[in-house]
Write a protein that binds this ligand. Sequence first.
Ligand code: ATP
Length: 272
Amino acid sequence: MSLLELREVTRTVIPQDQPALTILNGIDLTIEPGDHVSIVGRSGSGKSTLLNMLGLLDLPTSGEITFDDRPVRSYSSAARDRLRGAGIGFVFQQFNLLPGRTALENVTMPLLYSSGRTFWRRKKIAAEMLELVGLEHRLSSLPDRLSGGEQQRVAIARSLVRGPRLILADEPTGALDLDTGQSVMELIDEVATRTGAAQVIITHDPTIARRARRHFRLDRGVLTAVDDPSLEPLTRRDRREMAPADDDPAVLAALGFGADPTDDAALERGDA
Ligand SMILES: Nc1ncnc2c1ncn2[C@@H]1O[C@H](COP(=O)(O)OP(=O)(O)OP(=O)(O)O)[C@@H](O)[C@H]1O
């Protein structure tokens, strides 16, 4: 039995006064329980749109998505929300912590939607989760008193506190330095292994992607299986897209991403 399956999934939008735009084109993907999948794609390739499908936030224009072999389309919108809340944990690049709430309050938040014993034990469960991510000494800290890595750990604890069966991570280390990023990925792996959750990691970064067992590349809305994302050479254009979102050529040049816009042909060839 598969956990999540996408069959021939297409997503088309019709922007105002413009022709229809196909953002996802015939996506086939099966996620098994405990799976570990990476999806690498350039900016604009459709990653966020795909993530919204995998996270049951949007429905496809055509094709089918099943969760536990049941078509997602057959759920009411409220039932889909409940399924997502209990079954899927999201980890984003932006930690999205509630700024006025302590680490413990942030992690307790998803348990407010639980029932019975879990509801009444929610603070204890949240505290145990924070202990698991190594932050037992930070329970009453507000987010702005925590480092970036600590904030991401709180965000991970919050995403995983309901024991999701699927973890969806979108550029989870994008805002962290290399070492902190690695330890955050190790943490997600550890929790996923302990709970048997499947992981889907969407990233620009082949080093992060390589941690997965199965690899895919998304290119203009088409998903293709690849043997190893590290074998896909990064072009200068890829690198420039991984650069901070700052249009100032001088800043990009100072960061080593190349500033000359006339160089685009060479950038395409990857040899600039
Ligand atoms: N509602 C919409 N209307 C028009 N165009 C859209 C809409 N949603 C997405 N797009 C376009 O579809 C393409 C894919 O968008 P998407 O946000 O999924 O890309 P992405 O791979 O996540 O990009 P990034 O890495 O830069 O966030 C982009 O060119 C985007 O401009």
